[in-house]
Design a protein around this ligand. Structure first.
Ligand code: NAD
Length: 476
């Protein structure tokens, strides 16, 4: 069991207090994370503010090179980072697990290193030259969640740094360790103060580090990924200092299966669209609407596929799904499933955990529940776990209304052999990303973000990089 330190101004900083991070599969302590004080946070912000003076005027080429070096150092240490992630988050090493997550972190870093916003020329003639510059904002605060802790941290940190900002990241108290180690490694190739990290617990009744960052006068922008409830709190705290925000919040993605879909051929993609990372993924398929004419066929195909997927401790190379990350999420999932069963939901597979979460880890079985509808918490709210409700429909216009009848709007999908027709229907879904015959793939160059209560702002692509800048128009 290792003790971890903060990294502030390029130096390790041990704190007086620490907190234990436990493995959700076994309950064992994985490591001790530093419990930063508000004074530590101020120190980190001050270091970032000083480093900004130099980093913001470093050439675009230098910053690109530094981000490439970050990608290299993460790649060279990928297996160590993956092992830490599996131990603290629970996800498997294989499948779309921690090796995949670290690979994503490297890929996103390389992509951001390779793009540049440049200068846009609006007019350049005898009369005038009008140019638009992208200027870095200052110190960026990054607040990621616990589901994809390292990759989402990278989505915040790297475009911010690439664009000339400096960063203070505060990981989720559930999963701080891989990010603490990654930031330590990244500091081997970044100038001191460009990237700093603080960690601490969220203690009810006390101001959390995240809340203090959201209100901090020397932080120019918060990049937040997490629940809609906390996102609203960030927005309130940020109002006083008129901070810029990117908020990537909760999702409750609907998938709609049309009568002409090939149930058997699509079952595998449908399954992983919902169960990637045990359903603990913002843009996972969280409610599936299936046309009455193929309802039973789709249910059977999903059950058949689900039976082939192994769940267990993440370090077993054969397992593809691990435990839920924490007890709170386990209890939410359990409550929703019990309510669905009590309201007539038909369990096709799973539905009753066999172990005791206090002794046997937070394992919840793969669960498919049929004959449910809007109005039930499992359909209306984000379950964030390995449970998929399957809803029957008969009328396409009416099912689009039911899919859109939700405060969230992150992703959505249409499943059909008629891809062109499916594209037209996808445009009617109120969401930031729509997939045809798939759900949840992302890529570093395709803009990603939510509508409605799923937040605002764009990640990925040049648009995502531009979010870490302000535009200045210069006339001459
Ligand atoms: P959460 O909102 O509980 O926590 C997110 C982060 O906010 C943590 O680091 C936490 O310590 C911090 N925090 C807590 N109180 C705060 C406060 N008052 N001010 C500022 N920060 C505070 O979310 P979670 O449970 O870690 O993550 C799960 C949620 O994240 C789900 O709703 C999921 O859909 C969402 N999510 C969204 C995306 C996306 O891209 N839209 C991606 C991943 C996860």
């Amino acid at each position: 069991m290792a003790d971890y330190a903060l990294t502030i101004n390029g130096q390790p900083l041990a704190t007086e207090k620490t907190f234990a991070v436990k493995n959700p599969a076994t309950g064992e302590i994985v490591g001790n994370a530093p419990a930063a004080t508000m004074a530590d946070l101020d120190k980190a912000v001050a270091a970032a503010k000083t480093a900004f003076e130099t980093w913001s005027v470093t050439s675009d080429e230098e910053r690109s090179k530094a981000c490439m070096a970050v990608a290299d150092v993460l790649e060279q240490n990928a297996e160590e980072l993956a092992q830490i992630l599996t131990a603290e988050q629970g996800k498997t090493l294989n499948g779309a697990g921690s090796r995949f997550e670290v690979g994503g972190a490297v890929a996103w870093t390389r992509y951001n290193a390779s793009i540049s916003l440049g200068v846009e020329v609006i007019q350049d003639d005898n009369e005038a030259k009008v140019e638009v510059y992208h200027k870095p904002l200052g110190v960026v605060g990054s607040i990621p969640p616990w589901n994809w802790p390292l990759m989402i941290g990278i989505w915040h940190m790297i475009p911010a740094i690439r664009a000339g900002n400096t960063v203070v990241i505060k990981p989720s108290p559930n999963t701080p360790l891989a990010t603490l180690r990654a930031v330590e490694l990244m500091n081997q190739v970044l100038p001191a103060g460009v990237l700093n990290i603080v960690t601490g617990q969220d203690i009810p009744g006390e101001t959390s580090l995240g809340a203090a960052m959201s209100a901090h006068p020397d932080i120019a922008k918060i990049s937040f990924t997490g629940s809609t409830k906390t996102g609203k709190a960030v927005m309130r705290s940020a109002a006083e200092t008129v901070k810029r925000l990117t908020l990537e919040l909760g999702g409750n993605d609907a998938g709609i299966v049309l009568p002409d879909a090939d149930a058997k051929a699509m079952a595998e993609k449908m399954f992983w669209g919902a169960f990637i990372n045990n359903g603990q993924t913002c843009a996972a398929l969280k409610r599936l609407y299936v046309h009455d004419s193929i309802y039973d066929e789709v249910c059977d195909a999903l059950v058949e596929y689900a039976k082939t997927v192994k769940m267990g401790v993440g370090t077993d190379e054969d397992n593809l799904l691990g435990p839920l990350q924490n007890r709170m999420q386990y209890d939410i999932v359990n409550r929703m499933v019990e309510e669905a069963k009590a309201q007539g939901g038909r369990v096709l597979i799973g539905g009753s955990p066999s172990g005791d979460p206090d002794k046997d880890g937070f394992f919840y079985p793969i669960t498919l529940i049929a004959d449910v509808d809007n109005g039930l918490s499992l359909v209306d709210e984000e379950q964030f776990g390995p449970v998929l409700p399957i809803v029957r429909y008969t009328d396409i216009d009416e099912v689009i209304d039911r899919a859109n009848d939700n405060p969230n709007g992150l992703g959505g999908s249409i499943w059909s052999r008629d891809v062109q027709g499916a594209r037209e229907l996808a445009k009617r879904l109120e969401c930031g990303t729509a997939w045809i015959n798939d759900h949840s793939p992302i890529r570093p160059d395709a803009p990603f973000g939510g509508v409605k209560s799923s937040g605002f702002g764009t990640q990925f692509g040049k648009e995502g990089l531009a979010e870490f800048t302000s535009m200045q128009t210069v006339w001459s």
